[in-house]
Design a protein around this ligand. Structure first.
Ligand SMILES: Nc1nc2c([nH]c(=O)n2[C@H]2C[C@H](O)[C@@H](COP(=O)(O)OP(=O)(O)OP(=O)(O)O)O2)c(=O)[nH]1
Ligand SMILES: [Mg+2]
Length: 134
């Protein structure tokens, strides 16, 4: 059995109802794919603490975590990940891509144009479901 890596991702919404996605650098696993910023939970770390740390490292901003959105196990050929996503709000600080090659604010209608990691399909589904309720 493959090792399961616990990963947290921030689903950050701005005032225009757009979501922040970031492009992974080529040299990393799943390089060139877009994702929701975040990363691996370190040993002994709480999920939400890990998320705030990752977002500070990757984008240089603080976030408030509103609610958990999804929790899904995904098997890639090389690794398995347990991906937990959280709905978040950013303050007035502008995010900068410290560890990605680009960031974009996208709405749910044009997010399909970006090639997202396979594990993120469940997150998009959940966001679309949620959008129907409003
Ligand atoms: N952050 C993030 N990782 C994702 C998403 N979807 C997805 O399959 N992954 C995968 C890619 C990686 O194999 C793993 C998380 O890796 P990561 O590269 O962000 O981890 P990290 O920030 O801790 O980076 P590193 O120190 O290991 O380089 O989860 C997503 O939406 N966000
Ligand atoms: Mg990361």
């Amino acid at each position: 059995m493959k090792r399961v890596i616990s990963v947290v991702a921030a689903i950050i919404e701005n005032e225009n109802g757009e979501w922040l996605i970031a492009k992974r650098p080529q040299h990393k696993t799943r390089g060139g794919y877009w994702e929701f910023p975040g990363g691996k939970i370190e040993a002994g770390e709480e999920a939400q603490t890990a998320l705030k740390r990752e977002i500070s490292e990757e984008l240089g901003i603080r976030i408030s975590i509103i609610a958990k959105l999804t929790n899904q196990l995904h098997h890639y050929p090389d690794i398995s990940i347990e991906l937990s996503s959280y709905l978040c709000k950013a303050g007035s600080e502008a995010p900068h891509p410290h560890e990605h090659t680009a960031i974009e604010w996208v709405n749910l209608n044009n997010i399909q144009r970006y090639q997202l990691s396979a594990a993120d399909n469940g997150i998009i589904e959940a966001l679309k479901e949620r959008a129907k309720q409003y």
